[in-house]
Design a binder for this molecule. Structure first.
Ligand SMILES: Nc1nc2c(c(=O)[nH]1)N[C@H]1C(S)=C(S)[C@@H](COP(=O)(O)O)O[C@H]1N2
Ligand SMILES: [Mo]
Length: 550
């Protein structure tokens, strides 16, 4: 009494199990080759790139990297579902189902081909072998699923091919297929398909472990063929250590320099491109009089130096933490541009915009002028004394003081192109403002919304920033903006960096308080009170924290 439903369920399980096996095996194989990406990750990456503006905007600039694992999971689950449906289709038309499975393989192959460093031969091998394994697992399971005696545990291996829907047109395939019809019971079927799924999952986790091992910093160095022990970088012109007065020690206060492991992370890459520094090249072209190509060694032949620059994401909410401060090591962008014949007094309209492009095809553009007005815009290769971490753009990225990352801070930089202002880069096409100067902002770090404090003197402290304009004043209000008091400013590290501040508040009487902060930049302009969301040009409004004193 093999009901149709029961048979369909088994058929779908067979297809799904095949997909799990194929995906799992591809993850395992992929982990052995530097030139083959994870296929589901590559597919997710293409989905991100092809997503229309508004959706991508909501998904990446604002939700940040948290959304990407969900996307990969959706891709994996969809693949398994489609395979289950293909298995159903195979009962009517095995050829069509086979073609469908091959189409899935081709989608994976094409998606992976668009990744930065891919070797077609090795990739094809991985895709073909995984597909083959998946089909090999699905085939006997399909036979068992379709067998009319599937519900009878102890029946002999005898089959009844006649029960299958005749499909004379695809007879050859069907014959081979049905010839292997196996009669097994529910227990055995679940055992077999469960085994296939477990095998696929085991392969996938093994692959993940191998890749994970290799992405630890030391092993990553090996994989990237970096000379071992060379993780520190040195500049010819170094900065003195930050003055002690630039830091403020207090519980909850951020350190003056964000440690590399804590540096905020935003990009459209699901996994960071892994670039071999010795094969890295930077081309500088477009509307320049002297297009050039630089190797990493060429880059180091320019004067190297350090610069303290705060980087912020335009998606940072008021009070948010998509902002970090670093001591960057690099080469002054204008020095390199001069080599290409770009000079401040000779920027014509066709060279008004500087576009940075990355190994993974991302791009950002800002006014060429900004790179030449004397600020320390860097081609950076070091962060806080270490080589640039892979996630933050190894081997070389752009950092432009005063500009949000989305218009300027291209990681994994491989190309600089000078072009006219009409060209719109990645996030501009998706609705974000064309120009991205970082807005003056301030944040309270030592107390949090909802805190209950015991009556005493409370240290309120945090950061304020207006990169390249500097911070002149920070004020705190503990009465919801009625009255304001000056906070004590730490020494200014650099006009391009954030400035720490502290305010001792005598919170001596019980009650509910609304604490606010506002900063004034080096031009005497106070940050606007009006609340605006991050899109399209950065959030405004005062960071506000509600606390009660008991
Ligand atoms: N290649 C590449 N570079 C990129 C991005 C990206 O998506 N791809 N995102 C930019 C954005 S929006 C920001 S805010 C900064 C973040 O740099 P971080 O991750 O090192 O903090 O990188 C910028 N550079
Ligand atoms: Mo950003």
């Amino acid at each position: 009494m093999l009901t149709d439903r029961y048979r369909s369920a088994r058929t779908m399980i067979a297809g799904g199990a095949g997909a799990v096996m194929a995906l799992g095996l591809s993850e395992l194989l992929q982990s052995f080759f530097e030139t083959v990406p994870s296929i589901p990750v590559a597919v997710s990456q293409r989905v991100i790139e092809l997503t229309p503006g508004d959706l991508a905007t909501a998904g990446i600039q604002t939700v940040g990297k948290a959304a990407t694992p969900i996307l990969v999971a959706v891709v994996v689950v969809s693949t398994i579902l489609v395979s289950a449906l293909l298995a159903l289709l195979s009962r009517r038309s095995p050829l069509m189902a086979l073609l469908g499975a091959c189409a899935l393989g081709v989608i994976g192959l094409l998606a992976a081909l668009a990744e930065p460093v891919v070797q077609l031969s090795v990739l094809s091998f991985v895709v073909f072998f995984s597909l083959f394994a998946g089909l090999s697992v699905a085939r006997p399971l399909l036979s068992a699923a379709g067998s009319p005696r599937a519900h009878v545990p102890d029946q002999s291996g005898e089959t009844e091919p006649g029960e299958r829907t005749p499909e004379p047109f695809h007879g050859r395939y069907r014959e081979a297929h049905s010839g292997e019809g196996i009669s097994i019971g529910r227990g055995s079927f679940l055992l077999l398909s469960g085994g296939a799924v477990a095998g696929g999952l085991a392969a996938a986790s093994a692959g993940r472990v191998i890749v994970g091992r290799l992405s630890g910093s030391e092993a990553a160095a090996r994989r990237l063929e970096r000379p071992s022990g060379a993780a520190r970088v040195a500049a010819r012109q170094t900065l003195p250590p930050a003055p002690a007065g630039a830091s403020i020690e207090a519980p909850g206060m951020p350190p003056l320099f964000t440690p590399n492991d804590d540096f905020y992370l935003i990009d459209t890459a699901i996994s960071a491109p892994r670039i071999n520094r010795d094969r890295w090249m930077l081309t500088i072209g477009g509307t320049v009089s002297n297009a050039i190509e630089l190797t990493y060694e060429d880059l180091l032949s320019f004067p190297t130096r350090e610069a303290d620059i705060t980087l912020s994401c335009v998606s940072n909410e008021v009070g948010g933490n998509l902002i970090s401060n670093g001591r960057w090591t690099g080469v002054i962008l204008s020095d390199v541009l001069a080599e290409a014949g770009v000079r401040l007094d000779a920027i014509d309209r066709a060279a008004e915009q500087l576009i940075g492009r990355s190994a993974d095809g991302w791009e950002a553009g800002f006014r060429t002028e900004t790179a030449l007005d004397g600020r320390e815009a860097l081609l950076a290769f070091g962060l806080n004394g270490d080589e640039l971490p892979v996630n933050h753009g190894y081997p070389v990225r752009l950092v432009v003081p005063g500009l949000y990352g989305y218009v300027s801070a291209t990681k994994w930089l491989t190309e600089i192109e000078l072009t006219d202002w009409s060209y719109d880069a990645y996030w501009i096409k998706r609705g974000w403002a064309k120009e991205g100067p970082i807005k003056t902002q301030s944040r309270i770090d030592t107390i949090r919304d909802g805190d209950t404090l015991t009556a005493r003197t409370v240290r309120i402290g945090g950061i304020a920033w207006a990169p390249h304009r500097g911070i002149e004043r920070v004020e705190v209000s503990t009465d919801n903006g009625e009255t304001w008091s000056d906070a004590t400013l730490a020494a200014q590290l650099d006009v391009d960096a954030w400035r720490l501040w502290i305010f001792d508040w005598d919170a001596l009487s019980a009650g509910d308080y609304t604490v606010k902060v506002r900063a004034t930049d080096g031009n005497g302009e106070t940050q606007p009170a009006e609340e605006a969301p991050p899109i399209p040009s950065g959030a405004t409004g005062y960071h506000t924290v509600n606390v009660s004193v008991r």
